[in-house]
Design a protein around this ligand. Sequence first.
Ligand code: BES
Ligand code: ZN
Ligand code: ZN
Length: 505
Amino acid sequence: MNTKLLFADAGEFQTPMLAVFAVDLATGKDAKPLPALLTASDAISSAATSLLASGEFKATLGETLLLHAPAGLGAQRLLLVGLGKTNDLTPDKLRKGAGAAVRAAKPRAIREMAIVFPETSSLPTGLSARAIVEGAELGDMDYDTYRSDRKDLAVKSLTLIANQPDPATQQQLRTGFDEGRVVAAAQNFARSLVNEPGNVLTPTALGARTKAMCDEAGLKCEVFSSDKIQELKMNAFWAVAKGSAEPPALIVMTYEPATLPAPGTPVLGLVGKGITFDTGGISIKPAEGMEKMKYDMAGAAAMIGAMHAIARLKPAVKVIAILCSAENMPDGNAFKPGDIITAMSGTTIEIINTDAEGRLVLADGLHYAKTLGCTHLIDAATLTGACVVALGTLNFGVFSNDEAAWEAFMAGLTVSGEKGWRLPCTDDYRDHIKSEIADIMNTGKNRYGGAISAAMFLKEFAGDTPWVHLDIAGTAWNEEKKPWIAYGPSGVAVRSILEWVRSYA
Ligand code: BES
Ligand code: ZN
Ligand code: ZN
């Protein structure tokens, strides 16, 4: 999508479709909806007067209504886009509204459109511009690459029009707008990777695509396989990997700021679970729904997306991303329940269930990050079904062993617009993973608090290093079709990880 920012009067702008945001001013539970446009343009308001008076449009979030040949406007069509109650308005509602506007254009084969920048004092200017561009780019994506009957309905050109004469405000708009483009491209790249099926996106292919992205972005990237993993004694990672005919990939991306930070400043480690297909291994999963386990590399994809954006936004902090990618398969060579494995850190692990493979590959990834000099760690993983049970599909689980790292992460959520909820991993849960015959075991002693048991396992490998763990099992896949985004990979956590990184710059 070609995006432009224009400072002009939107009423006069000639375009196939002009989208304008609307909020519901009504307060109180049973109050009749009172839709109002977020524009100071008299021309746009009068074109929509009778439509608003009709009561057909209630301005609920993602609701759209299209008016043809609007009187007095340069546009051929006027699209009203609901953002919900005025009191609940946030930049993230703009993100969703912009996505809904683009997704209303696509099936109508409208290739060019414009959005009126909302005139309201209640929202931060730069963040609003950023959110609109992000929402539009995210909304433009459809997962139809494998459909023979696909019609390319992408919106080719989008103009964001702000009637803003003040140079300082114009600059805020420009900065937000440019950032939005970078962040959306990064998130869409992550989404496209998660969409790939397991037969296409093997660990080797994930390594190749990551390398190609890094070459383009100017990031250092090394891709290792079985030999290096065994040489480093990443036996927990290797235990998972050795049951597949597909070789694993240990992917290491490095971003160094232009002016080298002083010694003693943070080095951030981003560790991602990259299971390109999770059958469960010998503890095999039921057939129903197993096809979705191609998304078990969404944590790695989130880190790739974050690095994609980091390479372009250039924060003043060193970042190393480590992706542990393998297929979890049942095979004559596969690891088994009862096996005892010595992880890279020296910790011995009793395998209870081979389907708890994510924590095994991450254990070695986290330890390896520390050996590379990382002082602060974050990991993302589609780690547990238990986290989906606990939090549903709106919030990902956030775990941490460090209040400052956790606070930095949570502060970023107000910028990213994503939702994460903290769950505990205090030492009193350590019993969950106590083994009778090894240092720890790879599941909890029962099903209770399964997301916490997994986090306790990882915490063992983070040790004293400040660490944040994101369990994105419930949020990495959009299960329902929403007006603003396609069904399928969500690209969750890219934006929040990026903000966490920027908080150290
Ligand atoms: N990739 C899954 C996590 C998962 C499960 C995500 C269901 C989304 C939906 C992970 O590797 C896994 O299988 N975890 C097990 C752990 C259990 C064996 C302790 C789980 O959650 O059932
Ligand atoms: Zn599993
Ligand atoms: Zn898994």
